[in-house]
Write a protein of this length. Structure first.
Length: 377
């Protein structure tokens, strides 16, 4: 009994200390991962978090290409996809679905976590808010929406464009493996304001490119303040419904209904492909201009500070002979646009050891582009 008493007492003391030190989110993380046989966030964990509905209306299925699923993928591509625990692989060419394949029990209806692909979606919402006149200028300051940032060194000068381009100068260590760093607190914690607003700025904005989830979350807070509604609702009205998405989706939130704008849209591969097609079509769906073409161009234009690998929410590879740009999420979530071949490639799955030797970009993206274009040329 004494041993039990000491164990319980020690656990209670540890829990109290974790709470006081701001690490209470660790208990949520442990229950959502280790207790479920996982070691970190995973593509099916959307059901474990609160979320806001991204509704569709009058869904439109992809038109099938006459060659739909008639070609088998080469053995080296199959091996790569299986080795990387791929859930879905979809190829769109000339606006029609040409190939789709699923593994490990996933199918057309399976909704998986976008992870950081949501960063590009958040930037799309910024573009739409500018177009709608809700936000007047991309160079408006974060502190115009949240005055508390006027009191922060460097923070008072951060613009929405700085946030979109990952040049905010935020003190944020983008590490997904260390549970004591801010990504874990934002992901598993209950309060995104506590997780993000507490961070300082370490340098003048616009000085340097540094990819940070906290930066896109700050952009999300500015958008939420400007729109005065859920970002999921705005995404539904401005994109999901006009694009005829096949399924409703959801966007994970904290306990106060704030979307995790750096990640966590849960949708299926076919609808992710529609986001890619929107960029190939320069913001149009049919005859309707859904997103301003100039803003689309700004998103996919590489910045000097990133050394030409990032635009606004999108990763870019103009080094490869087959040029492409893409949405990128943790563990290998990709929506890849290949303009020269009018092609969209979507891959979702759980690739935890994804090599990034291509100037910080995943090698797998370049491999899939080259092999898929070669097969479906």
């Amino acid at each position: 009994m004494k041993v039990l008493k000491y164990v319980i007492g020690g656990a209670a003391t540890g829990a109290a200390a974790a709470y006081l030190l701001g690490y209470d989110y660790l208990f949520s993380g442990i229950s959502k991962t280790y207790f479920r046989g996982k070691s970190s966030a995973y593509i099916d964990d959307g059901i474990l978090f609160p979320g806001n509905l991204i509704a569709t209306k009058d869904p439109e299925r992809w038109t099938e290409d006459p060659e739909y699923n008639k070609k088998e993928l080469p053995e080296n591509v199959i091996e790569n996809l299986k080795h990387s625990k791929t859930a879905a692989f979809v190829v769109i060419k000339n606006g029609k679905i040409l190939h789709e394949q699923y593994w490990d029990g996933y199918n057309q209806l399976s909704q998986t976590n976008s992870f950081s692909m949501a960063k590009a979606v958040t930037v799309m919402l910024l573009g739409k808010a500018l177009e709608d006149g809700i936000i007047k200028d991309i160079d408006e300051k974060l502190s115009d929406f949240h005055p508390e940032f006027k009191e922060k060194q460097f923070g008072k000068d951060v613009t929405l464009k700085n946030l979109a381009q990952m040049e905010a100068g935020l003190d944020w260590d983008e590490d997904y493996n260390n549970p004591f760093l801010p990504n874990a607190k934002a992901y598993y914690g209950k309060d995104l304001i506590k997780a993000v607003f507490s961070r300082k700025f370490k340098e003048e904005p616009g000085t340097r490119f540094e990819y940070q989830s906290g930066t896109t979350q700050l952009l999300g807070f500015a958008l939420k303040k400007a729109l005065n509604r859920t970002l999921a609702g705005y995404l539904s009205e401005k994109f999901w419904i006009p694009m005829g998405m096949e399924q409703n989706a959801s966007w994970s939130t904290d306990s106060y209904g704030m979307e995790k704008t750096y990640c966590c849209i849960h949708s299926n591969a076919r609808d992710y492909a529609k986001l890619g097609q929107l960029f190939l079509d320069n913001g149009k769906v049919g005859e309707h201009q859904i997103l301003n073409r100039d803003f689309i161009e700004q998103m996919r234009t590489p910045t000097e500070k990133s050394k030409e690998i990032y635009g606004m929410g999108l990763w870019i590879n103009h080094d490869n002979p087959i040029k492409h740009y893409y949405f990128l999420g943790l563990q290998g979530q990709y929506i890849i646009m290949v303009p020269e071949h009018n092609m969209v490639i979507v891959r979702t799955g759980s690739y935890r050891n994804n090599p990034k030797n291509d100037r910080g970009r995943p090698d797998q993206v370049k491999f899939l582009v080259n092999e898929t274009v070669s097969l479906f040329r």
